[in-house]
Design a protein. Structure first.
Ligand code: ADP
Ligand code: ZN
Length: 762
């Protein structure tokens, strides 16, 4: 039979696909052959067809038991005698299979690499006419491959042990230059024919997004796709479960898959997806091996995968039918950390420490290239193609970068200032501090360290903090600066830094031209959901809070609570006086953090000057209120709703007195609160004291409970005082000494913030 006849008779296809014929012909000529083709392009036929045409048998080395099983089943169905030899067989089954093989019953034998050097297999091999040795997933032989397997190195010894060298064919979907060279050298391919085909999948649209709210982005995307079928890849099992649950709760047709589920559930879920019972599959990378569902319209990566190989393979499960499909990667900086964790904790195979180190290095290298994919402003398609050794066009017109216009800006000068500033603080601080110094923020943090006397202080006062931070991010991205991987990231200089300092390299920042417009349109949409809150500003403040918290090594709520940030978003304070009116901002907090937040708000208002106007309107409302022009007929309840939250008037000093009860103490504080603010209640204080162990809840003899000072409370100046009731029963009350009152006064903001954050659970 000719190869065309075999294609039709055994496999039922009329035509070869790109590359197949070339590969088959080369093998049939007896030439070593290396086929590099994307997953799903039909590599198996390329060795199966010659195998049927050779006189002897073909041995196929394959790493995955499940894949072998599928292949052998498919061949048997097609009427081709094939078998597999691997650890899934019992000893008896194995012996039997080998016996049949000796009798020449099989044309194709799949074998796991671990079997190659076992005496009985070797004995069989040297006594058999082997026409071809075919190596599937041949990148496993290379440290540069994403999946190095030491057992693949046994292939070389195996070939050498054979009395006659068979034709060697090898296949992979990993086509980086390093892997290609490794394969040829390590397997000792002789003047091989190398066929590299079509990594370009024209029907796929590639996009990278960096949403602040990943889940929100995901949900609105899925909703926009109506009844279409899609896969969502998550990095961890936990995330798979969470995302799947949430989508299910939205009433979407969704199922899940990861290696932690039992076999039955995995099979059921996969079937449900395959047969369109469930429209959306949420899965880890364990899902997809051997699935061949053609109508997947989108593949969303909820997390950045560990390398381009994985990404290409997983994203490539979209649009197998050749119709337009979308591959969207939702990037967050956290994904890099997760992947680094995986790399450092990868103990899959037993390897010597040197090899482990080598592989780790290469994994890092690949992760870096994956991360660059998320940041490149060039065509995403050509980035992938170039990664796989093909030359891509500069512009594909079907990826998010080609469809976005970028603006280039020379930021060399600012970069130099940043570098100098990092030098000046001896490479000991993070992004927030560096940006604040350069911008010239005058706060306690900076004064405490005397940074306001640095020559860098205020050097870039004309640049906004947000922009300085963007440039720092960019410098990290392009490798001019290093950010340490510790929990509290510190900026460091590296060997590339000098290139900029010496003027050898210019720093060009590329920003999407429409970024701001697109962002604000999206924000408007989101804003609807967060009634009345300026969501965009809120996010800016929140991210500033997070970074400050990291640098200060405190939990974010210690800096300001969400409520405080929300209040900032309503009041748009732009000086100290206004900032002190914000709920939760006291003198002390202001001194430490206020300026930084003011800068963020200020920059924000430069971008949206119309919001200043909104703010003025708000102010005039307040003024109106202050001038007592409020209709007296408004009920107290309504009036109290109009009032601002409790805030102390910092110009007044409290007059502490010995032995106050909590109610008396609260009254004292209410006496020095700002006008028109709500009264403080005892509850936040007592709850806080209880929660932090100053007070203890005790049972009374009559079955009730009472809260009395415990050891910690007494040490802080809360005194238990015995009383006798009218009925003659003894009971205790708490009296607060001046020391306790001072403590509460000093920590009042913290206490109120804590209460805000916890009152739901109390
Ligand atoms: P790979 O090993 O490259 O991932 P497979 O060999 O599993 O891909 O092939 C993927 C699918 O394409 C299989 O369903 C296979 O039957 C099919 N296929 C292979 N060659 C052809 C062809 N010439 N025409 C049509 N379908 C083909
Ligand atoms: Zn493109």
């Amino acid at each position: 039979m000719t190869k065309e006849q075999i294609l039709k008779t055994y496999f039922g296809y009329d035509m070869f696909r790109e590359g197949q014929e070339e590969l088959i012909d080369s093998i049939l000529k007896g030439r070593d052959t290396l086929g590099i083709m994307p997953t799903g392009s039909g590599k198996s036929l390329c060795y199966q067809i010659p195998a049927l045409m050779f006189s002897g048998i073909t041995i196929v080395v394959s790493p995955l038991i499940s894949l072998m099983k599928d292949q052998v089943n498919a061949l048997n169905q097609a009427g081709i005698h094939a078998a597999y030899l691997n650890s899934s067989l019992t000893n008896t089954q194995y012996a039997k299979a080998l016996e049949y093989a000796r009798q020449g019953r099989y044309k194709i034998i799949y074998v796991a690499p671990e079997r190659l050097d076992t005496p009985d297999f070797l004995d069989f091999a040297v006594h058999t006419d082997i026409s071809m040795l075919s190596v599937d997933e041949v990148h496993c032989v290379s440290h540069w491959g994403q999946d190095f397997r030491p057992s693949y190195l046994k292939i070389i010894d195996f070939i050498e042990a054979l009395p006659n060298r068979p034709v060697i064919s090898a296949f992979t979907a990993t086509a980086t230059r390093e892997v290609r060279e490794d394969v040829i050298c390590i397997l000792g391919l002789k003047q091989p024919k190398v066929v590299l085909t079509g990594f370009d999948r024209e029907n796929l649209y590639y996009a990278v997004k960096k949403p602040k709210d990943k889940y929100g982005e995901l949900l609105s995307y899925i909703r926009s796709k109506k009844e279409e079928v899609g896969i969502i890849y998550c990095a961890t099992r936990k995330e798979v479960e969470e995302v799947c649950e949430k989508l299910k709760a939205e009433g979407l047709s969704v199922t899940r898959y990861h290696a932690g589920l039992d076999d039955t559930e995995r099979r059921t879920n996969q079937d449900n997806f395959t047969y369109d019972e469930a429209r959306i599959m949420v899965a880890t990378n364990a899902f997809g091996m051997g699935i061949d569902k053609s109508n997947v319209r989108y593949v969303i990566h909820y997390n950045m995968p560990k390398n381009i190989e994985s990404y290409y393979q997983e994203a490539g499960r979209a649009g197998r039918d050749g119709l337009p499909a979308e591959c969207i990667l939702l990037y967050a900086a956290k994904d890099v950390v997760t992947n680094e964790y995986f790399i450092n904790n990868n103990r899959e195979v037993e390897l010597d420490s040197e090899t482990v180190e080598l592989i780790r290095e290469r994994d890092y290298e690949r992760l870096k290239k994956m991360t660059f994919y998320c940041f490149t402003t060039d065509c995403l398609r050509s980035y992938i193609l170039r990664y796989f050794g093909e030359t891509g066009t500069v512009y594909c017109g079907n990826c998010s970068n080609c469809l976005t216009q970028f603006e280039e800006m020379d930021v060399t000068e600012l970069s130099i200032q940043i570098i100098k500033c990092i030098q000046e603080v001896n490479q000991r601080f993070g992004k927030v501090m560096i940006a604040e110094i350069l911008h010239g923020v005058d706060n306690v943090k900076i004064r405490q360290r005397d940074f306001n006397h640095l020559s860098s202080f205020g050097k870039a006062s004309g640049e906004s903090i947000v922009r300085i931070r963007k440039v720092i991010d960019w410098l990290i991205m392009i490798g001019i600066l290093t950010s340490t991987n510790e929990e509290y990231a510190v900026l460091r200089l590296n060997e590339n830094t000098t290139k900029v300092m010496t003027g050898k390299e210019k720093v060009i920042l590329k920003l999407p031209r429409h970024e701001e417009k697109a962002e604000s349109a999206k924000i408007k949409k989101d804003k609807k959901n967060l009634s009345g809150i300026d969501y965009e500003l809120f996010e800016l403040l929140r991210s500033h809070r997070l970074e400050t918290a990291r640098e200060e090594r405190v939990p974010p709520y210690i800096i300001f609570s969400d409520k405080t940030l929300i209040d900032m978003c309503m009041k748009y304070p732009n000086n100290k006086r206004e900032m002190l009116r914000v709920n939760g901002v006291g003198e002390m907090k202001y001194e430490r953090y206020g300026e930084g937040f003011l800068c963020i708000i200020d920059e924000y208002l430069l971008k949206y000057p119309e919001k200043r106007t909104t703010k003025t309107v708000n102010h005039s409302n307040t003024a109106e209120y202050r001038s007592n022009e409020i209709d007296d007929s408004i009920s107290d309840e309504k009036r109290s709703k109009l009032k601002m939250p409790f805030a102390l008037d910092k110009t007044k000093k409290p007059e502490f007195q010995t032995g106050l009860s909590i109610a008396e103490y609260v009254e004292l504080l209410n006496g020095i609160r700002l006008e028109r603010t709500k009264k403080l209640l005892t509850k936040p204080l007592t709850k806080w004291l209880l929660y932090h162990g100053y007070l203890e809840e005790l049972e009374t003899p009559h079955g009730g409970t009472t809260r009395l000072a415990g050891d910690k409370g007494m040490a802080a100046g809360i005194i238990r005082e015995k009383r006798i009731s009218e009925k003659g029963n003894e009971y205790y009350i708490n009296r607060y000494e001046v020391s306790a009152q001072k403590m509460l006064y000093e920590r009042l903001e913290e206490i109120l913030m804590w209460y805000d954050d916890h009152k739901k659970d109390l």
